[in-house]
Write a protein that binds this ligand. Structure first.
Ligand code: HEC
Length: 118
């Protein structure tokens, strides 16, 4: 007679899976982890993620409408305080909310700004 598959069997599988795939190797966005934690996720990765957002959601418009504020990896830290004010305090940017930022994008930008110690 076949034994039924018990819940214990599944929790055993899950346990083995966590041994083979520790949390740090799971394809979860690093922005969900605190900076400088035990995951090996560095401030530079966070900056790169923040830049990807600035490039996709801000530069697309600024390139045409505000060419003196096109964000780059080189100038973004310098613009950090201004970005913080426009996005989080005054909520003027992204202008007209087009394009809109997702919750994760807001959190990622905020985590990056926090690293600047403004
Ligand atoms: C649809 C167009 C558009 C989008 C999208 C946009 N901006 Fe702007 N932004 C502008 C324009 C136009 C100005 C200049 C006039 C003004 O301040 O309203 C500006 C000005 C700014 C300024 C300077 C304001 C000051 O006086 O210091 C900052 C900083 C800024 N934007 C940040 C951002 C960030 C960060 C994003 C993305 C999250 C973003 N913007 C998205 C159009 C846009």
């Amino acid at each position: 007679m076949k034994k039924p598959i018990t819940p214990l069997f599944f929790s055993g599988l899950l346990f083995m899976a966590t041994l083979i795939f520790p949390a740090s190797s799971l394809p979860v966005s690093p922005a969900l982890y605190p900076v400088g934690g035990t995951t090996g996720f560095s401030a530079n990765d966070l900056k790169a993620e923040a830049f990807a957002i600035l490039d996709a959601k801000c530069n697309t418009c600024h390139r045409r409408q505000n060419p003196f504020r096109v964000f780059t990896l080189k100038n973004m830290n310098r613009h950090g305080a201004r970005i913080y004010k426009q996005v989080f305090v005054l909520r003027r940017m992204p202008k007209g909310n087009a394009p809109r930022l997702t919750d994760l994008e807001y959190r990622t930008l905020k985590l990056w700004i926090d690293t600047l110690n403004l």
